[in-house]
Design a protein. Structure first.
Length: 76
């Protein structure tokens, strides 16, 4: 199971890789987002470098949180 992706282990998830403080709701939302990206955006994701995909995700996350009092994502 060590090399399985979230999609390979969808029906028998290995919960040991989840942080203990992550709520069940966050775990479900994480899985929903991963499935959505995989099945609706896999063609695009196959064509771009991971750095670009992560930067775009951060930009979208920031855009969704502009109405909230949260710090923007910054690259470390």
């Amino acid at each position: 199971m060590e090399n399985e992706t979230i999609f390979q282990s969808y029906f028998e998830p290995d919960v040991s890789n989840f942080e203990p403080d992550v709520s069940n709701e966050v775990a479900v939302l994480r899985k929903q987002l991963a499935i959505s990206l995989k099945f609706h955006h896999s063609n695009t994701l196959e064509k771009i470098p991971i750095e670009v995909a992560i930067q775009v995700m951060a930009e979208v996350w920031n855009a969704c949180h502009r109405t909230h009092e949260s710090k923007p994502f910054t690259k470390r």
